[in-house]
Design a protein around this ligand. Structure first.
Ligand code: SAM
Length: 284
């Protein structure tokens, strides 16, 4: 039984980091004419209202996109991402937030394909209602991990795969590592992005190390790992303190873009005295 609903968390600092990197990655993919496939193994509902009781209940977006929305001093990669959220909202206030499917839809060209997998019945229905009529878009109420077998390698031999589970099940950590391995074994050149929660647990701390080993063996264009730590754990040492993204075969421009974006994001979204970030890569 899946209990997690992304609507409670949409637009929080973890979404900012994830979607900023997705925007930069898809912009890079659009530099070549040849179409790409965007595969979202854990798509969520696709788009979220922020002016609802469900979003206001946690108010998490206020410490994420809410802290960037009115700033005039955004570094280029952050400005690019905030512009996309503005396009999604239209003129006026921040009242909606694009999930990863909406980010991909706004970034894609006419022939790029979207493959969106979501297991939760309610979020799958919302995804179907919001995105089902779009061209070259396939939506499945299916297991995103199992989708790799059906979707990779992609017909045009160009792909971006986002693996973004909620980690509500402990086995997600192992399944994510296996999914990275399977994605790269099926299609070594594909870009694979993994989001993970930064917690003070061994699973969370080990995951990037496991991904790094897999990418060292299988990704011909190297990897990039980024982590942004902006919150304190609770008094028992539990709770999200930040998040990370690991990318196999990253766009070569990403490292430089993040070098200016990350200190800015840490300063803007930090809820602790000394927010920190990590940026490391193995270039091809
Ligand atoms: N990628 C979305 C975004 O950035 O807007 C957020 C996704 S949310 C963190 C994770 C989603 O994965 C939840 O909606 C959950 O219902 C769904 N989910 C959990 N296990 C799944 C599985 N095995 N296959 C597909 N979806 C799954």
């Amino acid at each position: 039984m899946l209990a997690y609903r992304h609507a409670f968390h949409a637009g929080m600092h973890a979404d900012v980091l994830k979607h900023l990197m997705l925007v930069q990655t898809l912009r890079y993919m659009a530099e070549k004419d040849k179409p790409y496939t965007y595969l979202d193994t854990h798509a969520g509902a696709g788009a979220y209202a922020l002016d609802t009781a469900i979003a206001r209940k946690t108010g998490e977006f206020a410490h994420g996109i809410g802290r960037l929305w009115a700033r005039k001093d955004l570094p280029p990669a952050v400005a690019d991402y905030v512009d996309l959220v503005r396009r999604f909202n239209g003129p006026g206030a921040l009242v909606r937030y694009p999930g990863s499917p909406a980010v991909a839809l706004l970034m894609r060209r006419a022939d790029d394909r979207l493959r969106l997998y979501e297991l939760h019945p309610t979020d799958h229905r919302l995804l179907e209602d919001g995105f089902g009529a779009e061209a070259h878009t396939h939506i499945a109420k299916g297991d995103g991990y199992a989708s790799l077998k059906a979707e990779l390698p992609p017909p045009s031999r160009r792909s971006v795969t986002l693996i973004d589970p909620s980690y509500e099940i402990k086995t997600d950590y192992t399944r994510v590592a296996q999914a990275m391995q399977e994605a790269l074994t099926r299609f070594a050149q594909g870009l694979v992005l993994v989001w993970y929660p930064q917690l003070l647990t061994r699973d969370s701390q080990n995951l990037p190390l496991r991904l790094r080993k897999i990418a060292d063996d299988l990704a011909p264009r190297g990897w990039l790992h980024v982590r942004l730590t902006v919150q304190a754990p609770d008094e028992h040492g539990f709770g999200l303190i930040g998040s990370g993204m690991f990318i196999a075969n990253p766009p070569f421009v990403l490292h430089d873009a993040l070098r200016t974006a990350l200190p800015f994001l840490a300063g803007a979204m930090g809820q602790i005295d000394e927010p920190t970030f990590l940026l490391e890569q193995r270039a091809a």
